[in-house]
Design a protein around this ligand. Structure first.
Ligand code: ACO
Length: 331
């Protein structure tokens, strides 16, 4: 059976480093609060780079790493597109010289990258497409309320991209399976209320244009949903929990990642933490964390890797793969 196989990974971060100390000078917060409550030590914010700019940079590196110059599909997961219309993916495809590849955005907030992987994998397995470029890219700094300490300290900007190619099911780099889910009853826990058809906001209108999050409730949902999804996925692909070498969860909070590991019965040592370096980069967090783990030699060919994400919607999703020999192009 044909399966999607991971053949290249690339990442991009904006140039501007924003430390906890810098935020403490204008918000009622401290480096100590941010580190102990979230694990975040710094993040990168755009100083003009758009989501499409970061997506194109990560995409270019992933293509170069995989040594390919043509793909048939570009799937871009983002909450912060360059424009409400059109989608950002076609322009990214065009800038990358990908001709008339099918290109579209996916909006599943912090679960977006796992959703995008699932769609591209299924399209490859079904023969709908050949090679695909899957990107998670965000510029949350553009939707954060600068006065809101509870969200400003958490989010960062960045992008990660992978190349998927048709290959053998079961081969290293092929996705063993996917679990995806949602619960729209929780939509108000994480949202940008304005700017859509329900609550219109003009370009200059501040009302409703900022990201809001009910942190405590989101914390509980994140642990429960990722643990449920990852357990279901492991059962469906027949992996024992103690066979997981590396757990790459959505990078929202170190306490969430540790609670997830505890719920799953996976040692905390197997958890990848990248939010100390980049904060919560939403749809970009999983590919950025994978690149970090590989750079630090924590990901070795043959390792069993479990990915699990949770985000606004509410949405969640998990997948698993045996890590391949993988070229990586980082920032
Ligand atoms: N600095 C100092 N104090 C702060 C800050 C800050 N930056 N932010 C909030 N506080 C205060 C609050 O005002 C509150 O004060 P009070 O007790 O006087 O009212 C106190 O700290 C505790 O606030 P909580 O919100 O209860 O803090 P908590 O320990 O829950 O941590 C946090 C907040 C970090 C947001 C946590 O709830 C969390 O990580 N939630 C999950 C976020 C998440 O998973 N997001 C993923 C999905 S996001 C997406 O999909 C886009």
């Amino acid at each position: 059976m044909t399966a999607a196989v991971l053949t290249g990974l690339g990442t991009a971060l904006p140039a501007r480093l924003v430390t906890n100390e810098e935020l403490s000078t204008r918000l009622d917060t401290t480096d100590e609060w941010i580190r102990t409550r979230t694990g975040i030590g710094q993040r990168f914010w755009s100083s003009g780079e758009s989501t499409g700019d970061l997506a194109a940079a990560a995409g270019e590196r992933a293509l170069a790493a995989a040594r390919v110059s043509e793909v048939d599909m570009v799937v871009l997961a983002t909450t912060t597109p360059d424009h409400p219309c059109p989608a950002t993916a076609p322009e990214v495809a065009s800038r990358l010289g990908l001709g008339h590849a099918a290109a579209f955005d996916i909006a599943a907030v912090c679960s977006g990258f796992v959703y995008a992987l699932a769609i591209a994998s299924a399209a490859i397995s079904a023969g709908l497409t050949g090679r695909a470029l899957v990107i998670g890219a965000e510029t949350y700094s553009t939707i954060l309320d600068p006065e809101d300490r509870s969200t400003s300290v958490i989010f960062g900007d960045g992008a990660g991209a992978v190349v998927l190619e048709p290959g053998e099911a079961g081969a290293p780099g092929s996705f063993a399976g996917f679990d995806l889910g949602s619960d729209g009853a929780g939509r108000e826990l994480i949202q940008v209320p304005g700017g859509g058809s329900r609550e219109r906001t003009g370009a200059d209108g501040a009302e409703g244009r900022y990201f809001t999050m009910r942190g405590k409730a989101v914390f509980k949902e994140a642990v429960t949903r990722m643990a449920g999804s990852a357990s279901k996925l492991l059962a469906s692909v027949g992996w024992a929990k103690d066979s997981v070498d590396l757990l790459v969860g959505h990078q929202a909070n170190t306490r969430i990642l540790h609670a997830l590991a505890d719920h799953l019965g996976v040692p905390r040592e197997s958890v990848v933490v990248d939010l100390d370096r980049v904060g919560n980069t939403s749809a970009a967090s999983i590919p950025l964390a994978l690149a970090r783990a590989a750079a630090e030699h924590r990901l070795r060919p043959g390792d069993r890797v479990l990915l699990s994400a949770f985000g606004g919607g509410l949405t969640w999703g998990s997948t698993a793969l045996v890590w391949p020999e993988l070229p990586i192009g980082t920032h």
